[in-house]
Ligand binder design. Structure first.
Ligand code: SME
Length: 163
C-alpha cells in the first residue's frame, strides 16, 4: 500500500475506512516498531491530530521498576519517560483503561509536553492481559475525543500487531 484512502465524512466513517487499511499495513509485519510507526502516521494523516504516538512499558531503575518510554510517534518532540501512575499516560497504564481528557488543564498531574495540547486520549495496548504500551493522541483543540474514538481505537489496537 502506498497511499491511504481517507473519505470525507464523520469521525466514524473515517475510522471505518481506516481500520481495514491499518490492518492491511500491519498484519503482514511482525516488527512492533514498524507497526507503531505506521499506525501513528495513519492516524495523524487521517485526522490531523497534533501528536500521535506510543509510549512503551520498559524495565528501568525507577522505584516501580518500569516506566513508559517514548516509542514511534508523529508530531513535535515529546517527553521521553513517564512514571507509573503519572500523567494521563501513566494513569491509563496503572488503571488499565482508556482515559479521555476533554481539557488537559483540568486533569490533575497532566504532563504538558507541549503547551499547544488541549485535549487528549490514551488507550492501553494489552498483550497476555498486561499493558505493554499506550497509544497517546493529543489535540490542539478542547473536547476532541469521545466514545467514538475510544471504541474505534480500542478495536484498532486489538486487531493490529503492536507489542
Ligand atoms: N500529556 C501526556 C504526556 C505525553 S505527551 O502529551 C506526548 C500525559 O499527561 O501523560
Amino acid at each position: 500500500m502506498e497511499n491511504l484512502e481517507i473519505p470525507k465524512g464523520t469521525k466514524s466513517e473515517i475510522y471505518a475506512a481506516l481500520l481495514p487499511q491499518i490492518t492491511a499495513l500491519t498484519e503482514g509485519e511482525s516488527d512492533p516498531v514498524a507497526n507503531m510507526a505506521n499506525i501513528s502516521a495513519a492516524l495523524r494523516e487521517a485526522f490531523g491530530f497534533w501528536w500521535v504516538g506510543f509510549y512503551i512499558v520498559r524495565a528501568d531503575s525507577s522505584p516501580f521498576g518500569k516506566s513508559l518510554v517514548l516509542g514511534p510517534f508523529q508530531g513535535p518532540v515529546a517527553c521521553t519517560r513517564i512514571a507509573y501512575g503519572r500523567g494521563v499516560c501513566g494513569t491509563s497504564w496503572k488503571e488499565e483503561r482508556t482515559v479521555i481528557v476533554p481539557d488537559v488543564e483540568q486533569f490533575p498531574g497532566h504532563i504538558a509536553c507541549s503547551s499547544l495540547s488541549k485535549s487528549e486520549i490514551v488507550v492501553p495496548v494489552f498483550r497476555n492481559g498486561e499493558v505493554t504500551a499506550v497509544l497517546d493522541i493529543d489535540s490542539a483543540e478542547l473536547n476532541t475525543f469521545d466514545e467514538t474514538d475510544r471504541t474505534w481505537l480500542e478495536k484498532l489496537l486489538s486487531s493490529a500487531i503492536v507489542l
